[in-house]
Design a protein around this ligand. Structure first.
Ligand code: KIV
Length: 264
């Protein structure tokens, strides 16, 4: 089975076939979403919260991201795997950005990296691309651009700046734009202008070339789902809880709990 490539994503944009992106931070989840047929698996820094239990995505380190990305890359066969470069892994200078991006390719085995950037990081994107590493640029209102400022999904953006960012980041060589926290209308207009595939995140509407689902909140895998249902799919956390409760009850009741595989 051949892996989804940048050329495939470009073709999908041209043919108006929606690109599906989901997050995964480990081998098992990557295997499952890969089998579901997603085109791109993002090993997001949100894994710092959902998989590692950090309070904030900005606490996750390059070492932690590389471990999660390596596991997800091992679990996927078809999807392109994109590693999210965490806070302070590319902000200091372009050289450090290239070194850290290289770790995702060499140590984790992913096919591309994602950077949360605006036009001011065009030189960084260009440096990473020059090293031969494909970059997905995550722009609009992003978590890193809103540290200490509250929820990035509801913060306002300057439309002219978003246009400048989109044009500069495409010129710098980004193979895709992930758009979060901007209006559906703006995302639609950017999608029509740029030649690279756009992916819609929170708020960016239904007219981008693709859509990302952060898997834990999307399918209700986050533990918070047990207290208050919010997801439109699943919620998977409830099925997991019920299975674990059933196992616990059965063991305590002295029932046989061996699976068919164990029994065989
Ligand atoms: O890490 C992540 O899951 C992300 C999303 C907010 C798009 O970057």
């Amino acid at each position: 089975m051949s892996r989804v490539s940048i050329v495939d994503l470009q073709r999908m944009k041209a043919e108006k076939q929606k690109i599906v992106v989901m997050t995964a931070y480990d081998y098992t989840l990557a295997r499952i979403v890969d089998r579901a047929g997603v085109d791109v698996i993002l090993v997001g820094d949100s894994g710092g919260r959902y998989a590692l239990g950090h309070d904030d995505s900005n606490e996750v380190t390059v070492d932690e991201m590389v471990i999660m990305a390596r596991a997800a890359a091992r679990g996927s066969e078809r999807a392109m795997v994109v590693g999210d470069m965490p806070f302070m892994s590319y902000q200091v200078n372009d050289e450090q950005a290239v070194v850290n991006a290289g770790r995702f390719i060499q140590e984790a085995g992913v096919q591309a990296v994602k950077l949360e950037v605006g036009a001011e990081y065009a030189s960084t994107v260009a440096a990473v691309v020059k090293a031969g590493i494909p970059v997905m640029a995550h722009m609009g209102s992003t978590p890193m651009a809103n540290i200490g400022a509250g929820d990035f999904r509801s913060s306002s953006v300057d439309e002219d700046q978003v246009w400048r960012d989109a044009r500069e980041l495409v010129k710098a060589g980004s193979f895709s734009l992930l758009l979060t926290g901007i209006s559906a209308d703006l995302a639609q207009r950017i999608t029509a202008e740029v030649h690279v595939p756009t992916i819609a995140g929170f708020g960016a509407g239904d007219h981008c070339d693709g859509q990302i689902g952060v898997t834990h909140p999307t399918i209700g895998l986050a533990a918070e789902e047990l207290g208050r249902r919010r997801s439109n799919y699943g919620p998977v956390a409830v099925a997991l809880l019920e299975a674990a409760e059933q196992f616990t009850q059965d063991v305590r009741a002295g029932k046989p709990v061996r699976s068919k595989r164990d029994a065989g």
